[in-house]
Design a protein around this ligand. Structure first.
Ligand SMILES: [Zn+2]
Ligand SMILES: [Zn+2]
Length: 251
């Protein structure tokens, strides 16, 4: 093959990689895998990616064996029924979610939605509508999309339940990452308002987010939704575990 043809092949492959980026690669670590259709992740990631073991019955964080509920859920009123997170927000899963949120890897929404769908199907979860944690319009403009909305739409396709907008973020909140639960909750209180309230009256909702850390965001959203809705369940791709609960001795 001459140099020009080789060059065309290289460019062509690169183009295919961009258009169909995960066809043969692990959705978490991006290593090549054998049967993507069967399992879109490699064996190494499979060992650590999934959120299993003893978990809080309310917020799905890992807790010390023998415990039922984490300290945080024990001491804070929760406005949602239960939270479902199939993955751990660690290592290659974390890298994958960062690509999804910050590097335009929107195609991952389909894979994440499938993992959430399999999890809630196993739990036989029933609900009327799917909704999502809102992003401020400036954030959507900057990023090009709301990651939670993308996943919610894909779950809607898998479950045949309508995906509707129920919350609007009217004020931009500062970066939540470094803030405590109370600070996060306070920041959110006046920044989110409801919409489609009539539609969700007495209904059961599945509220979708990307990552759950302190539960402040999903709890504040649930609090607003519960003014109208009968019940709110929460689903996210991954749980950023509260390390203190894992280390604690059984209560
Ligand atoms: Zn992998
Ligand atoms: Zn909990």
């Amino acid at each position: 093959m001459n140099k020009f043809l080789l060059f065309c092949k290289k460019v062509g492959n690169k183009f295919l990689d961009i258009v169909f980026p995960t066809n043969t690669k692990c959705i978490f670590c991006e290593d090549e895998i054998v049967d993507f259709e069967k399992k879109p992740y490699c064996e190494r990631c499979e060992k650590t990616a999934f959120n299993t073991g003893t978990k809080c019955v309310k917020c799905d964080t890992q807790i010390k064996s023998g415990n039922i509920i984490c300290d945080h859920c024990k001491s804070h009123e929760r406005f949602f029924e239960k939270c479902y997170c199939p993955l751990n927000y660690e290592d290659s899963v974390r890298q994958s979610i960062l690509r999804f949120k910050d590097s335009n890897a929107r195609y991952l929404a389909k894979n994440y939605a499938k993992l959430i769908f399999e999890y809630i199907k196993n739990e036989n979860l029933q609900f009327d509508f799917i909704t999502f944690v809102p992003s401020h319009k400036n954030t959507i403009k900057r990023r090009g999309y709301n990651p939670a909305n993308l996943i919610a739409k894909e779950i809607s396709l898998l479950t045949n339940k309508p995906c509707i907008e129920t919350l609007i973020k009217v004020n931009e909140t500062p970066q939540q990452k470094s803030l405590s639960y109370q600070e996060r909750a306070k920041n959110l209180e006046k920044s989110i308002i409801p919409t489609n309230a009539k539609l969700i009256k007495n209904k059961t909702l599945l509220l979708v987010d990307d990552v759950v850390t302190t539960c402040a965001t999903v709890d504040q959203c649930s609090k607003i939704l519960r003014i109208y809705a009968a019940k709110v369940y929460v689903a996210a791709i991954a749980r950023n575990h509260l390390k203190t609960d894992i280390k604690k001795t059984p209560a």
